[in-house]
Design a protein around this ligand. Structure first.
Ligand SMILES: Cc1ncc(COP(=O)(O)OP(=O)(O)O)c(N)n1
Ligand SMILES: Cc1nc(C(=O)O)sc1CCOP(=O)(O)O
Ligand SMILES: [Mg+2]
Length: 208
């Protein structure tokens, strides 16, 4: 299994968004450094999620980018995605690992060191940790943990930590300095006037 990409593009399927256009713009820039996580709104049907994931999976192939599916692991299996991501309202990590198999990429959300260690022991191959900063993309989240919260988790686990929540190219250096392996973004790409350029800025911040 190749090393995990450092830039995780999470699809934005809210009204007015064009997730496939954003993926198409990001792929030639970030290539194998890109992980596309197919995340759909709760009211999206499984058929719609499957159709989007199938298209994303196909787009990723020529760039050797990674395709993951959020929450809906049956969709991940159905499109032969590289893996999935689960959080507190989804299948437990150990059950998700059983569903996806030993070779799959499996991400788990963890917000503090103890939960992070439990998720890794249960089979997570990377952790999504946040929210780092305030975000308008998801409601109901706890207060932002900042780079210090990222560092606390990094110190507790030996798997890649992906920082999420309000991440922009400007906030990447502090997160990397805190030990984050990479970052996951929704708005920084989905609301960008030029998603290709925004991808280049994020990749530059992640690799310097
Ligand atoms: C990389 C990454 N980190 C965290 C999350 C959040 O997952 P979860 O807590 O299950 O919330 P939803 O995304 O399902 O609303 C994520 N998706 N990706
Ligand atoms: C889906 C999600 N999960 C989070 C968490 O902290 O678990 S923050 C988040 C939204 C991230 O969107 P943006 O990059 O636009 O802030
Ligand atoms: Mg979830």
């Amino acid at each position: 299994m190749p090393s995990l990409g450092r830039l995780h593009l999470i699809t934005d399927t809210r009204p007015g968004c064009d997730p496939l256009a954003v993926v198409r713009a990001a792929l030639p820039v970030a290539r194998a450094d890109l992980v596309v996580q197919v995340r759909v709104t709760d009211d999206t049907t499984d058929r719609q999620a499957y159709d989007l994931a199938r298209r994303v999976r196909a787009l990723c192939v020529p760039y050797e980018a990674t395709c993951l599916v959020n929450d809906r692991l049956h969709v991940a299996l159905a499109v032969d995605a590289h893996g999935g991501h689960v959080g507190a309202d989804d299948l437990p990590v150990a059950a998700a690992r059983r569903v996806l198999g030993p070779a799959a990429v499996l991400g788990a959300t963890a917000r503090e060191p103890d939960a992070a260690a439990r998720a890794v022991a249960a089979g997570a191959s990377y952790l999504g940790v946040g929210p780092c900063h305030p975000t308008a993309t998801k409601t109901g989240l706890p207060d932002p943990i900042g780079p210090a919260g990222i560092h606390a988790v990094v110190a507790a686990v030996a798997v890649p930590v992906i920082a999420i929540g309000g991440v922009t190219a400007a906030t990447v250096p502090a997160l990397r300095a805190a030990g984050a392996y990479g970052v996951a973004v929704v708005g920084a790409l989905s609301t960008a006037a030029d998603p290709g350029r925004a991808t280049a800025e994020l990749i530059a911040a992640l690799t310097c």
